[in-house]
Design a protein around this ligand. Structure first.
Ligand SMILES: [Zn+2]
Length: 551
């Protein structure tokens, strides 16, 4: 990245966005995202055709590097964003936006100038859509806006999973609702040129699956493989037929979206421990995935196959070795290997090489680690943890898909996304960029200090007196924020985290009192989690007896 900083001009009340001649719908959409972002954050208006003292010109000019961009000052006073391609334009506009000021009424354009090209080709996100979490129940417009916001930070791939185990079958109205929702999210991504994929727990089945088709439970002494109870044994011929038939139908349901990827999952959900299938990762799983890939590529010849190895060899069962042998014998049906685990990054692909000599992706767990309910206490920034896990991957990744259960880990998403863009950018630097944009460039130090304390107090039974310091910092910052920044959900989840930790410290960890109740209720409203499963999605509920209520 080559950067230089120019002098900032003062805030303006209007911005003219100059699109390329005959812009296509993707470029028009990118312009609309920028327009919405500015409107949400300050009083300035963006116009496509009117006149304005501030002009931002969008240009596509290949030769910069795939999905890269350049921001330069035009000779005519305009800021010129040159995208190598449409996504480059999106990320360039994101860079201009993220480095701009929006807290003084008008808009002060970002002063960053230079060229930036992403290092990792896959900068993804995996949205889990289950348990009535945010992605499943928020209004589709809200989820679409959220995908667009992440696009501005460099996201280029989104994968979503269809939770068979929640439904009776494809005809179940709830299943159809789920498919419509997944497709809406995918279309929002596609409108910006972001690629989309379907994550598939390969032997997960519908609730209505007959008992005799179900798997033999996998050995899981470490409790790492997950189990919702509806997994089929692909070595059972009838079950095998059902799995491939349902897979074909699922792909047909998504045919009109145009899937770019499928991502196969061995566990959590999945796996079979029968004599024919076990070790699952070495035998039943790759065999089934290969057959599913034939189905997928018959329907969509260019579709890319991502093979996940999530929790392989936990505990050791010869899964990595077995998969490597399978892929050495039968090549060409997988495009990427995805590896990760609940704790440290797996050593096998780093030390022995990636099976099939394929590009390697990660799957950092940004949502669930160390707190229950997930997101139940507000923002859960995990910069030190994510940096440590990133360092373990030794810059051998082609990108990855952080696992997301909601919006409370927004900052963790941006940290991971920036690792993929520039593997050398430390998480602490990304946090500063995030604070400057989402809150205010003037309060980076204080908010960063509070965020650091949040991570130190991440485990709920380890909240230290430093929680009061974080609370003080956040309260002082709040007074100085613009009204729009102060009301935004990204501030509320941070401010509520400070308040909750402060209250928990005061009450020795007990969930009690009107203040905590109010904080949890507000989080519930932000996540739309009123009907979410209490474990793991809905923030804690506190019932105050009428006799104790303040008059
Ligand atoms: Zn089996």
């Amino acid at each position: 990245m080559i950067g230089a900083t120019a002098l900032q001009a003062g805030p303006v009340r209007s911005i003219r966005l100059v699109l390329p001649a005959q812009p296509n719908p993707v470029i028009e959409r990118i312009a609309a995202v920028f327009t919405r972002q500015v409107a949400e954050r300050c009083e300035a208006k963006v116009t496509i055709s009117g006149d304005s003292p501030a002009r931002v010109e969008l240009v596509i000019q290949p030769g910069i590097g795939t999905e890269g961009f350049r921001i330069v000052d035009g000779t005519d006073g305009a800021i010129r964003i040159v995208g190598n391609d449409e996504l480059g334009l999106l990320y360039g506009l994101g860079k201009l936006l993220h480095t701009s000021r929006v807290d003084q009424g008008g808009w002060t354009p970002g002063a960053w100038r230079g060229t930036s090209v992403p290092v990792c080709p896959i900068r993804g996100m995996y949205f889990a859509t289950h348990f009535n979490n945010f992605y499943e129940v928020a209004s589709i417009e809200e989820v679409e806006r959220y995908v667009e916001d992440l696009g501005l930070w460099g996201l280029n791939s989104v994968v979503l999973g269809f939770p068979h185990w929640q439904f009776q079958g494809f005809d179940d109205p709830q299943a159809q609702r789920s498919i419509r929702r997944l497709k809406s999210i995918m279309r929002a991504a596609k409108r910006l040129g972001i690629r989309v994929g379907l994550g598939e727990a390969v032997n997960d089945g519908f609730k209505s699956t007959p008992q005799e088709l179900l798997r033999t439970p996998v050995p899981d002494p470490w409790g790492r493989h997950g189990n919702f109870g509806v997994n089929l044994c692909p070595s059972n011929l009838k079950a095998h037929d059902v799995l491939l038939r349902d897979w074909g139908q699922l792909l047909d349901e998504f045919a009109d979206v145009g899937l770019d990827f499928v991502e196969y999952w061995p566990y959590d959900e999945g796996g079979c421990g029968c004599k024919q299938c076990w070790p699952w990762g070495a035998r039943g799983y790759p065999k089934l995935c290969r057959e599913m890939s034939v189905v997928a590529r018959t329907k969509a010849p260019k579709i890319q196959i991502i093979l996940s190895t999530w929790t392989f060899d936990s505990p050791p069962a010869g899964e990595w070795e077995g998969l490597a042998k399978c892929l050495a014998q039968k090549e060409g049906w997988v495009d990427y290997i995805l590896a990760d685990a609940h704790e440290d990054f797996p050593r096998y692909p780093l030390e022995k090489g990636v099976p099939g000599k394929l590009p390697l992706l990660n799957f950092p767990e940004i949502s669930m680690w160390g707190q229950n309910p997930w997101g139940g206490y507000g923002a859960n920034p995990l910069a030190a943890r994510l940096q440590r896990l990133w360092n373990q991957t030794e810059k051998k990744l082609a990108g990855g898909f952080p696992y997301s259960e909601g919006i409370y880990e927004d900052l963790n998403k941006v940290i991971c996304g920036q690792f993929y863009w520039n593997p050398d950018q430390p998480a602490v630097e990304t946090i500063k960029d995030y604070i400057a944009f989402e809150y205010s460039p003037d309060m980076v130090g204080d908010v960063a200090a509070a965020i650091k304390i949040f991570e130190q107090n991440h485990l709920r039974d380890h909240i230290n007196p430093s929680a009061d310091k974080a609370y003080e910092l956040i309260q002082a910052v709040e007074k100085r924020l613009s009204p729009k920044a102060r009301r935004a959900w990204r501030w509320r989840i941070l401010a509520l985290r400070a308040l909750i930790d402060h209250e928990l410290l005061k009450h020795q960890g007990r969930l009690e009192g009107e203040i905590l109740k109010g904080a949890f209720d507000e989080l519930t409203a932000i996540y739309h989690a009123e009907n979410a499963h209490s474990m793991p999605i809905r923030p804690p509920q506190i019932r105050i007896p009428d006799t104790k209520r303040a008059k």
